[in-house]
Ligand binder design. Structure first.
Ligand code: FE2
Length: 355
């Protein structure tokens, strides 16, 4: 159910409170041509209520960015801040940037975060923000999984549909999202609730079968006919199947960049409040699909850039593909079984079993 501006202020106060906004901190509200006016007002009022100093930085549209359609995640790399150092410096001076524009991962965002500024992105429709209001328990769950993923040296994903993908881990950091930005230099996204890392270069090998009901972003569609991805040495080498496979292959090839076929971040969803079914319920131009990316027990497969993890692969073609009913294990220890998360207190590490 839609939330009005009156509902939004308390929600923003709660999330900014979780983000540890304190009296006399400076909060920057970053806006662009598509920013929701009621979010600007609600976020500003909530930050003021918490005693913060607030300023707003409004960016013009980006000219010449590539890609098709309205989804802002469909073409990465160029942002409204590209080459605009004055705007970057203004945000580095803030303690928290509330991103209502969707800056996305970019060298400018890295620079802002490196200065210690916290950043919180929020662009989903009001009822999504309300339904997936973050909590300290969300953070606890994601942090517990992070501790395990940081130690992992291998990941293995399987499914009854035919997925059997293996990779080595350890070259790249672990990315966690729990919905609020409470530590210096931390970026987060309201709503969210998942974790991921990137495979060691060239080590992802096997098969991924996207099955009926898996979600492909930025298409924002459910897969209707299975797609078989053959993955060798870190790249998708073949895409087989029916119409859905043809469409995916043609779309990715359209970027004319072989790096777009690289395997990118991989992880699993930990957000109970996110719904696999949400995708059909929202206008494509209004939502970016955090329900799909975060729903509990998904295997979030992705392709393209690894700049977000500190790598140098900076391709504009990025696909996020949340899959259902997969089993994900780390060093032989199950994290999910057929789409059900194994809570941390019920996990048994392979090494302990063998002792
Ligand atoms: Fe992604």
């Amino acid at each position: 159910m839609p939330n009005s501006g009156a509902h939004l202020v308390p929600m923003w106060r709660e999330v900014l409170g979780l983000s540890k906004v304190k009296p006399d901190e400076t909060v920057a509200v970053l806006t662009g041509p598509n920013s929701n006016p009621i979010y600007i007002e609600a976020a500003t009022n909530a930050a003021l209520d918490l005693g913060a100093k607030v300023f707003r930085l409004d960016m013009p549209p980006v000219r010449g960015a590539g890609g098709m359609g309205s989804d802002p995640t469909a073409y990465l790399g160029v942002t409204a801040l590209t080459g605009n150092q004055a705007a970057v410096e203004a945000m580095k001076r803030a303690d928290l940037v509330i991103d209502l524009m969707l800056l996305l991962f970019s060298p400018e965002q890295h620079e802002i975060l490196k200065s210690g500024t916290r950043m919180l992105l929020a662009v989903e429709p009001p009822d999504v923000l309300g339904r997936i209001l973050p909590s300290l328990d969300d953070k606890r769950r994601v942090k517990a999984a992070e501790a395990r993923l940081k130690r992992a040296r291998t990941m293995h994903a399987t499914s009854d549909a035919g997925t059997d993908l293996r990779m080595e881990l350890g070259e790249y950091p672990v990315l966690i999202e729990y919905g609020f930005a409470d530590e210096p230099g931390r970026w987060d996204h309201w709503p969210s609730g998942f974790l991921a890392t990137w495979p060691n270069e060239g080590t992802a090998n096997g098969t991924v079968v996207l099955d009926r009901g898996d979600i492909i972003f930025p298409f924002k569609t459910y897969v209707k006919t299975p797609i078989r991805l053959t993955i060798r040495d870190g790249y998708i080498r073949k895409i087989d199947g029916g119409f859905d496979a043809d469409y995916l292959r043609e779309y990715m090839a359209g970027f004319q960049d072989p790096e777009g076929f690289a395997i990118s971040h991989l992880g699993w969803g930990l957000q109970h409040k996110a719904k696999w079914t949400a995708l059909e319920m929202y206008d494509k131009s209004q939502a970016i699909g955090m329900d799909g990316r975060a729903f509990y027990g998904n295997f979030l497969f992705s392709t393209g850039p690894n700049t977000e993890g500190g790598g140098s692969r900076n391709t504009p073609c990025h696909m996020d593909i949340p899959m259902r009913h997969c089993s994900v294990s780390l060093d032989g220890e199950p994290m999910t079984i057929r789409g059900d998360v194994i809570p941390e207190d019920q996990r048994v590490e392979q090494s302990k079993v063998m002792v």
